[in-house]
Write a protein that binds this ligand. Structure first.
Ligand code: GDP
Length: 337
């Protein structure tokens, strides 16, 4: 789905919002002053319009943030997990609650003060009520300043989360240089999109083959987990919600710079961490002899294995068929849960 946080508008801080509201109030007042009306009536109308304009600019601005922010608990699990890791779901909800409180209170005060101004006996009294109103709105905004700052930061963090489609999804794993991006390109064509992903500098590469989504996740599923801090681990685990199966790629030639033992140990870590079916691609078979291939087959006999060469196009059609079949099966069984 489209990133649900993109629609949250820019959050104005108390001073900026107040300045915007006062400027609009002044503009409306100036228009009012042109009208040919008796002086007391006119002063009261000027003040009332100021109050109503200031009140509605502030209250509407806050309300818009509430309306455009998604209900986190209704989002797909992947996005919920991201909110929890990046900002905290409870804090996010609590802060939006403060926006609601402030918006409602400003609306209520607007009506109260508009009435007081209408009942005023002198222009001075009307002006005094307007000043009092402005003071109260300022103090409400000051009170929710921490929550406004929190939502502003949350918005920055969440608005660049990747957009994924609700399709059967394959996550590709394996050490660097084993051939992951070559496989992604070979199976999905040239249009690989790059999406941001928290905690990686490289972003996630997304490609589509027919109606299947394929993700290459540089920096996430390509090195041992003991090197990761807690937050990185959570970001990796969030892939559980996104992916239906994992394609683990092994470089049979070891030209990638990692031994078979190292690669198998990463494979074991990933199979323990993810509750997903794993398909194993033994890549670069063009670079090894039969004897070595037999040895590798033997080491990996407990897995569903396909031997390929991404570079030379060996067995890629077979890999594609198996991936599609398994991804669709796993996607459907997740839907049933
Ligand atoms: P990634 O880091 O896992 O995405 O690896 P890449 O897809 O960038 O591949 C690393 C290198 O291995 C590149 O130079 C590829 O051309 C090469 N490569 C990938 N697959 C094969 C293969 O099947 N055979 C051979 N000979 N080279 C391959």
């Amino acid at each position: 789905m489209e990133n649900p946080f993109k629609k949250i508008p820019t959050i104005l801080m108390p001073d900026e919002l107040m300045e915007k509201a006062l400027r609009r109030g002044e503009k409306v007042a100036n228009e009012m002053r042109q009208k040919p009306l008796p002086s007391l009536i006119k002063s009261k109308m000027v003040e009332e319009h100021k109050v109503r304009t200031i009140g509605s600019v502030v209250a509407d601005n806050l309300q818009k943030v509430i309306d455009k922010a998604p209900a986190v608990r209704k989002l797909p699990k992947f996005y919920q997990e991201m909110v929890e890791i990046l900002v905290g779901i409870d804090e996010f909800k609590k802060s939006l609650g403060a926006f609601k409180w402030a918006s409602d209170l400003v609306k209520k005060l607007t009506n109260e003060y508009a009435k007081k101004i209408r009942r005023s006996r002198t222009p001075q009294q009307a002006a005094k009520f307007r000043k009092e109103f402005v003071g109260r709105v300022k103090s409400i905004l000051k009170q929710i300043h921490p929550e406004m700052a929190f939502i502003a930061v949350a918005r920055e963090k969440l608005k660049d989360l990747p957009t994924f489609k609700d399709l059967p999804t394959i996550a590709i794993a394996g050490y660097p240089n084993v051939g992951k991006s070559t496989i992604l390109k070979a199976l999905t064509g040239a249009d690989v999109e790059i999406n941001n992903y928290p905690f990686t500098t490289k972003g996630i590469n997304v490609g589509y083959m027919d109606n299947i989504q394929m993700l290459d996740t540089p920096g996430l599923l390509d090195r041992p987990l003991y090197e990761r801090n807690d937050i990185e681990l959570q970001a990796i685990l969030a892939l559980n919600y996104l992916a239906d199966i994992i394609l683990f790629v092994i470089d049979a030639s070891e030209y990638c710079g990692y031994s078979l033992d190292e690669q198998i140990s990463l494979l074991k870590e990933i199979s323990e961490l993810f509750k997903l079916p794993i398909i194993l691609a033994i890549n670069k078979i063009d670079l090894i002899d039969k004897e070595r291939l037999n040895k590798i087959r033997d080491m990996l006999k407990n897995y569903e294995v396909i031997e390929i060469s991404a570079d030379k196009g060996i067995n890629l059609d077979k890999l594609k068929e198996i991936l599609k079949k398994r991804a669709i099966e796993s996607y459907k069984s997740k839907l049933r849960c």
